[in-house]
Design a binder for this molecule. Sequence first.
Ligand code: CA
Length: 238
Amino acid sequence: MRILIAEDDELIADALTRALKRAGYAVDNATTGSEADAALASQTYDLLVLDLGLPRMSGIEVLQRLRNRKSTCPVLILTARDGVQDRVTGLDAGADDYLTKPFALPELEARVRALTRRGTGQGRVVMLGPLRYDQADRSVTVDGHSLDLSARETGVLEVLVLRAGRLVSKEHLVDHLCGWGEEVSLNAIEVYVHRLRKKLESCVENRVESCAEGGRLRITTVRGLGYCMEKPDANANL
Ligand code: CA
């Protein structure tokens, strides 16, 4: 999941970026309205956190231009406590939710989770054979046993599970995992996938029943192209 934070207040932007990265999102930060507009026009985001008082182009204009491009990206606006008219204008212009400054980080995180969940158009829970992925808290279980994954491993698994049965390129995974100025090499992606496979294998290995039902969880490497999380049903037919 990739989030754009459009906020010119450095302290707020830093706090938001740190909190959302810790929660496992890839985060980009734009400090002017025109920078945010350019980023939104060239890249797909899962959520925009938008301060309305931005230099060069107002938050409202950024939002209007986004909706004029027919983007359905969920938008959470940040407004001043006394900005009732701002909130009304923002919601009328197509924002999905708002928070008034100052706000508590846990509240922001809860709203971000709710909006990104809505934006994916998928249910809260994705089942793949014995694997269960909960988008709300990003938890993973196999046959009811929880899988202990790092934020990056969860990020990789999330993309693969949501696109199960389809090819996912390494570049797409890099894109999904990093914000601007962060580096994750293609080699690092290989390491995350390797660790994921090990963890999935050790979790499934003792559960003969679900494997016999074709519940094997397999991440296939498509040489030179990327990875594919096979759908367990497809495995059963092999
Ligand atoms: Ca501002």
